[in-house]
Design a protein around this ligand. Structure first.
Ligand code: ZN
Length: 208
């Protein structure tokens, strides 16, 4: 079994949310995660909340509440910044766009390396395996998901994991990185540090 732990996201990644806000000029009062967007969720937030095949391996960023009180969707122009310096290890198509796995050169006491994993993106020019990127670099934009699923919104799937140094990039699939028994998967919600977060809204967005 993969270890799902509540260990906090390492400090170097916690500014991701702030960088996302700055890179896109968002007028944000608080982030909104529907229950199915949270780490460990058993059900999806689209297709009438169908059961997920596995507990959610990360969080889905798609919604925020603006300062006027409205719940707003991020769209396909949303830029995805890099929180901490890292090297692109994997770029691979996924079912809504492309996935990028970034290694951060930080190791735990069991020789596992810190990775941030991004799903459903359109990578920017020059973002390919082996490329080293500085903090704040734009990795990608959100993929356009129109017409792909009932109630599906453009969103970024983000996972944070400690992955054994011994694994070559060629074997780093979502399956291997999030469900391998030697991988430690973290709840990435700490990347939204510094902002309020709502996880209790349901569609149509009640409490707005
Ligand atoms: Zn997801």
């Amino acid at each position: 079994m993969t270890k799902h732990v509540s260990m906090e996201v390492p400090r170097s990644l916690r500014c991701f949310g702030s960088r996302l806000i700055a890179a896109n000029g968002l007028d944000i009062a608080e982030w909104v995660l529907l229950p199915g967007m949270c780490f460990g969720a058993k059900d999806a937030w689209w297709d009438d909340g169908k059961a997920r095949p596995h507990p959610h391996e990360g969080i889905d960023l798609a919604l925020y509440r603006n300062r006027g009180g409205r719940v707003v969707s991020l769209d396909g122009t949303t830029k995805v910044p890099l929180a901490a310096p890292g090297e692109v290890a994997v770029r691979r198509k996924d079912f809504l766009g492309e996935s990028l796995f970034v290694r951060h050169g930080l190791f735990d006491e069991e020789d596992r390396e810190l990775f941030s994993l991004y799903g459903h993106t359109r990578p920017g020019p020059g973002v390919f395996p082996g490329r080293f990127l500085e903090a704040g670099a734009i990795l990608a934009t959100f993929a356009d998901v129109s017409g792909r699923g009932k109630g599906l919104l453009p969103h970024l799937h983000l996972s944070v994991a400690w992955i054994p140094r011994s694994l070559p990039p060629g074997v780093l699939t979502w399956e291997r990185c999030t469900r391998g028994n030697d991988v430690v998967l973290l709840d990435p919600v700490g990347i939204l540090e510094g902002r309020d977060l709502v996880t209790s809204l349901r569609r149509p967005y009640d409490g707005v």
